[in-house]
Design a binder for this molecule. Sequence first.
Ligand code: SAM
Ligand code: SF4
Length: 465
Amino acid sequence: MTPHDSSRWMDEAVVANTLASAARPDAAALRDILARAVEGKGIAPADVASLATLSDPEGLAALFDTARQVKERIYGRRLVLFAPLYVSNLCANECLYCAFRAGNAAVRRRALRQPEIAQEVEALLRQGHKRLLLVAGESYPREGFDYVLSAIETAYAVRTPHGGIRRINVNLAPLSVEEFRRLKATGIGTYQLFQETYHRATYARVHVGGRKADYEWRITAPDRAIEAGVDDIGIGVLFGLFDWRFELLSLLQHIRHLEATHGIGPHTISVPRLEPAVGSDLAAHPPQPVSDIEFRKLVAILRLAVPYTGIILSTRETPALRRETFALGVSQISAGSRTNPGGYTQGEQYDHSQFSLGDHRPLDEVIRDVASMGYIPSFCTACYRLGRTGEDFMDLAKPGDIKRFCDPNALASFKEYLLDFASPDTRRVGESLIAAVLSEMDPSARERAEAMLRRVQAGERDVYC
Ligand code: SAM
Ligand code: SF4
């Protein structure tokens, strides 16, 4: 048994029992759960299971409204923006839902050379991106771990007249503690890894070859990362493989384990839904599809269950659904994404891509849309660069203090985007949003924000507190 053996903390029978004994809450019970949830201290697994049974319009409206309140209080109106950078679609694994799986002849293989990676990063910087999520298949020995380390160094080294990338998060296969140490040394932000499904039998059915077939090696990867000093962790589930209620409760067990063992929980949770992928029957016919209303419900429940953990939504989802879920608890979104290596310089090529996107809009259009809904598009990277991560981040986030830093930082990074990259329409919408947000801020935060905005207007860049 390894020190973090998941059989000690990921108990499927407990999850199944909690779900089986959950009853649909009557009006009084629902009020009671939501009254506890609105305090922003999380809710018990039994409450999560009860909320998951809701289907009547009034009950759902009350759930969504409570999630909105919690999100607004803790995160304000910020939405952090990033772009994925796919460097290689070579993969030795056999995940039946993914176009990159080794045996899929329908996909053309490509690992970008370092100069090509630099060109992709330049293209993203020219759009206005500052935060990247570097993504790769799990290839070995060819284009393996050392290749990925070089890719991160290459991406950080790119400079344009508007500067370079300020934060690179990664979504990479599980590593050993020693490899995580080397990964940390490159200066990554978040290490992101989705368990895909916590249900062991389903996991075994859909991961039929390669290292990824080992459930235990994957589920314990965040433990190894934290042991190696990578204290900023993102976890997630690929929804559509198994019952979403089961996944939600298991995710909470995972979080409790991380908190109990290391004193820190995940910084983010991702909520990808299975999308069609070239050469994958499973992706075309998800075994347990999650409907749009269930998806909104699960985002809202997550927001109440783990109020201080960021929720990431990708361009897998359509613009309409993305708009609906912002209010419910999403705090980070990707925009203008391509899931094929080389996609930012050579365009979207479906036979190179990992899965098909629901939102194809360019960054400028997404920003205009988000801003016109009253959300502040943010490229902020301050916490990471000031060392406010892991336990420090949790200490800061928990009392809700994050708003004092985050709103001014978000506004400064947004202003920079408006001056350097935005179309005239987006600039107009953005400037009026900034004015509206300032007018509603408390005086000390407003003063700080105004001073930072003046510096950006005067030509200073990368202004944060
Ligand atoms: N290869 C590494 C791994 O599997 O952990 C990291 C990169 S992998 C490309 C990133 C994520 O893409 C996977 O964790 C999986 O959740 C997601 N993914 C794969 N196929 C998908 C599909 N058809 N639809 C939506 N997401 C998918
Ligand atoms: Fe490879 Fe990751 Fe796709 Fe699985 S999900 S086939 S490991 S790229």
